[in-house]
Design a binder for this molecule. Structure first.
Ligand SMILES: Nc1ncnc2c1ncn2[C@@H]1O[C@H](COP(=O)(O)OP(=O)(O)OP(=O)(O)O)[C@@H](O)[C@H]1O
Length: 283
């Protein structure tokens, strides 16, 4: 269990304050959602102990940073965005080196990571010769050294192809059964089947924290789908349209509206992203 108690972090120079009331994260995947600059990366930095709050405290099970920092750090796996890897090392060497830095001296650890993250075929390749998606998998693999209890990932699927994204999400979902995993993402729907909870940040404060089911419930507006002519489409408020695709002579549209926009429109269950648009009133 991970617990935040009245955490505040004033970021000097940018006039930004992250302000978290009491929050508890249990095992499973929690998605961290929010617009650019809402504080997702700032929160992950605090959780990963890369920075410390100005006020309040974070508790990792029975441990707190003032008394147990090395043990807490040993139990954390963190993947920030834009993690730089030593370009001249091979894939195998960097994982062995980082494993040794973390006190994992057995050869088994990095072999396990190469296997788990499908990196075996790249083991002798230098980092600088690898595609961005493969480098990202190495960045992910290093976070799993020592099988940490707390995993914090900042937009982890960046640059990965569709197959690897799905493989990784499945792996993460199984791993999160008895570990706390927090993932920042702008692609909520991709995680729908796998994440249990969402924390939505607005201007450095939680706008919502609860299950994915609760996130999609009690929304002030609804999602509607229906077919319209090209002329009718022009009359729809552009900001309410989420999707449009040709369907024979008409256009099939998915829109946000308070009331049924026309007799041919049917109400649809909102996806995680629909709920995000509705809640943030970005439309
Ligand atoms: N190095 C820094 N020093 C001081 N303040 C910073 C720094 N980096 C970011 N900030 C401030 O913190 C705010 C929150 O940024 P943060 O990167 O945490 O948001 P985010 O939700 O992760 O955004 P994005 O979706 O664009 O990654 C920014 O608007 C900025 O004002």
């Amino acid at each position: 269990m991970l617990e935040l108690k009245q955490v505040r972090w004033h970021r000097q120079g940018y006039g930004f304050t992250l302000a978290m009331p009491n929050l508890i994260f249990r095992s499973g995947i929690t998605l961290l959602a929010g617009s650019n600059g809402s504080g997702k990366t700032s929160l992950l930095q605090l959780l990963a102990t890369a920075a410390f709050p100005s006020e309040g405290m974070i508790r990792y099970g029975d441990m707190t940073t003032d008394r147990h920092l090395p043990a807490i750090r040993a139990s954390i796996g963190f993947v920030p965005t834009g993690l730089e890897l030593y370009e001249d090392m091979t894939c195998e060497k960097i994982l062995r080196y980082l494993a040794e830095l973390k006190g994992e001296t057995s050869r088994i650890e990095h072999e396990r990571l190469l296997e788990t993250f499908h990196l075996n075929e790249f083991r002798k390749r230098k980092i600088k010769s690898l595609a961005h998606g493969v480098r990202q998998r190495i960045a992910l693999a290093q976070a799993w050294i020592g099988s940490p209890s707390y995993i914090f990932l900042d937009e982890p699927l960046n640059a990965m192809d569709s197959l690897e994204r799905l493989r990784f999400i499945r792996y993460l979902s199984a791993y999160a059964r008895d570990r706390v995993v927090i993932v920042s993402t702008h692609e909520l729907n991709e995680w729908d089947a796998w994440a249990g909870r969402i924390l939505w940040l607005r201007n450095g404060r939680p706008g919502f924290h609860g299950t994915t089911e609760e996130w999609c419930r009690s929304l002030p507006l609804s999602i509607w789908e229906g077919a319209v002519t090209a002329a009718d489409y022009e009359s729809l408020p552009p900001a309410s349209v989420l999707q449009v695709r040709p369907e024979g002579a008409t256009l099939s549209v998915r829109i946000i509206a308070g009331e049924q926009p026309g007799p041919l429109f049917k109400r649809q269950p909102p996806t995680l992203e629909d709920a995000y648009f509705i809640r943030s009133r970005a439309v």
